[in-house]
Write a protein that binds this ligand. Structure first.
Ligand code: GLC
Ligand code: CA
Length: 559
């Protein structure tokens, strides 16, 4: 396999709405990203992944697209977008955007025609979406065709009176699913993709990629996820896009397929696959749920971090893709809690130390890394006190579910502060000025209350900060070509430690970390020949094979 440019890049994910507001309307925007290009370049970010920038009523912050050919006025204009491409390219940076192919907004002209039998284009567009007649129950009442449950809670079906049908939406009811069996729809989306490529976009992160196909027999079931997830035919659609668009245009593509299996990995992201270059599968992302919790069940219940599960997942995906495909490494994105609150410890005592421990543990691994905005300064989960502070569409359906399960308000609020997607979406904390330097007016969602002590400005001039740890690690990745390292994990079953060796260009490296507050140990024999290179604790004794709370060290050995 020849080496591809995207193997050695560092991706930085920008949640546009929350990164930097350039025009004082409280909403992050494209000019705001341009203002921060110096910052991003200094950090070591080489590829910027922008969350959806398209026109949208923002039910799901832009994943609900109402016009694929237009930049949301919240974020700027097409000229702003072109300026970003030009300025990023001038620095040798790439820009990839989110590509949302599973659904549109219900305010998209296609859906407006689809739902209205009197619309002149109704016939053409009706079949762009997925419709089904209701069922009549024994009392003569109309019911949704199946009991399938949406990813955001609630039914996947919403009734449309004008056609006397239900439409399918596996996310919010403002996000009707597209019918990928419709060829004309496929052609329209392909033309749209080519249009952005011609404008200069370097690639895409393909949203919700494994949901494109549905079970058209519509069997009943609850929650019924198997009827709209990872059905074999979705690979055909992706392969078509790969062959016709991604490969010929030399794009960088990352596909999102939550829960992808080992068997599918090479189909998605094998070197000879035509689907994606890289796969995001989230296996390590929720390994701390408390399955006994019935008030706020599933991902909403925080339990102990299952450290072996993280190690085993990293080792497994490295092994599956080794020599056959390419891996991406990431802690989280805009759909999970902040990593330091999730797998670290955001208490004042351990916040900085555990954030560095998490950085050591991830960023020495082979593969292409994705840094999520704010992660590099150790941003934490939100501290919101009121339900109205939250903005995510998912929060409100789930809050209702918690109440129905018998939770009280405080229990529900705690689940939201621990687990909701909004944790990762609060405004970037640039400095200690009002609104954290994100904006000069009240932001679209509240700034985290800790911004005065947790911000870029404070960390920028310190060489022991979390930010400088990230800079050092990202620079080291490049110097040592760590993306191509040969990885060996140790102690895969140990409940606390996180230990691996990997190879660089000039050195071999040993990473030892403790994910817990209790001390951890590792095999002393591993230290043979290694000298201490980085640590997150001043008192580190390099010769010791015990690690204190959240302690982490990186050793190296010349080749
Ligand atoms: C993906 C996105 C998520 C979005 C969903 C629907 O999972 O990451 O933020 O809500 O798709 O587009
Ligand atoms: Ca703005």
């Amino acid at each position: 396999m020849e080496r591809k440019y995207w193997q050695d890049t560092v991706i930085y994910q920008i949640y546009l709405r929350s990164f930097n507001d350039s025009n004082g309307d409280g909403i992050g925007d494209i000019q705001g990203v341009i203002e921060k290009l110096d910052y991003l370049e200094t950090l070591g970010a080489e590829t910027l992944w922008l969350s959806p920038h398209y026109d949208s009523p923002m039910d799901d912050n832009g994943y609900d697209i109402s016009n694929h050919w237009k930049v949301s006025p919240d974020y700027g204009t097409i000229d702003d977008f072109k300026a970003l491409l030009e300025k990023a390219h001038a620095r040798g940076m790439y820009v990839i955007t989110d590509l949302v192919l599973n659904h549109t907004s219900d305010e998209h002209p296609w859906f407006e025609a689809a739902k209205d039998p009197n619309h002149p284009d109704h016939e053409k567009y009706h079949d762009y979406y997925i419709w089904h007649k209701g069922k009549i129950d024994e009392h003569g009442h109309k019911q949704a065709p199946t009991r399938w449950r949406s990813w955001f809670g609630g039914s996947v079906w919403t009734y449309n009176e004008a056609t006397d049908e239900y439409y399918l939406h596996i996310f919010s009811k403002k996000m009707p699913d597209l019918n990928w069996r419709n060829k004309s729809m496929q052609e329209d989306l392909k033309a749209m993709i080519q249009w952005w490529v011609d404008l200069g976009v370097d690639g895409f992160r393909i949203d919700a990629a494994n949901h494109l196909e549905k079970n058209w027999d519509f069997p009943d079931g609850h929650p019924g996820y198997e009827n709209f997830s990872s059905l074999p035919k979705h690979h055909e659609y992706l392969e078509m896009l790969g062959k016709e668009l991604f490969t010929p245009n030399n794009l960088m593509t990352i596909g999102e397929s939550g829960g992808a299996s080992k068997e599918e990995a090479l189909q998605y992201a094998g070197f000879d696959s035509n689907e994606f270059d890289m796969l995001i599968q989230f296996e390590h992302c929720w390994v701390d749920t408390d399955d006994s919790n019935t008030l706020t069940p599933g991902k909403w219940a925080k339990g102990e971090v299952d450290v072996p599960a993280i190690k085993q997942s990293f080792a497994k995906w490295n092994e599956i893709l080794k020599g056959k495909g390419w891996n991406v490494i990431y802690w989280h994105n805009h759909d999970q809690p902040r990593i330091v609150s999730h797998y670290g410890d955001d208490s004042p005592q351990y916040w900085e130390k555990s954030a560095k421990m998490l950085a050591f543990s991830l960023y020495m691994l082979p593969g292409t890394p994705i840094v999520y905005y704010g992660e590099e300064i150790g941003m934490t989960n939100v501290d919101y006190k009121h339900l109205e502070d939250f903005k995510d569409v998912e929060v409100f359906t789930e809050y209702k579910n918690f109440m129905e399960n018998g939770a009280d308000h405080e229990t529900a609020m705690k689940a939201l502060r621990d687990r909701s997607r909004d944790n990762a979406r609060s405004p970037m904390q640039w400095n200690a000025s009002p609104y954290a330097g994100f904006s000069n007016t009240t932001p679209w969602m509240p700034v985290n209350g800790n911004f005065e002590t947790l911000n870029v400005a404070l960390q920028q001039n310190s060489d022991t900060s979390i930010l400088s740890t990230y800079k050092t690690l990202l620079a080291l990745r490049e110097e040592e070509a760590l993306a191509h390292g040969d990885l060996t994990f140790h102690d895969l079953d140990d409940p606390n430690n996180f230990v691996y060796e990997t190879t660089g260009k000039h050195f071999d490296f040993l990473v030892v970390a403790n994910f817990k507050k209790d001390p951890a140990t590792f095999d002393r024999a591993l230290l043979e020949g290694y000298t201490l290179f980085m640590h997150n604790q001043e008192t580190s004794d390099a010769s010791k094979n015990t690690l204190e709370a959240y302690e982490a060290r990186i050793y190296r050995k010349a080749k």
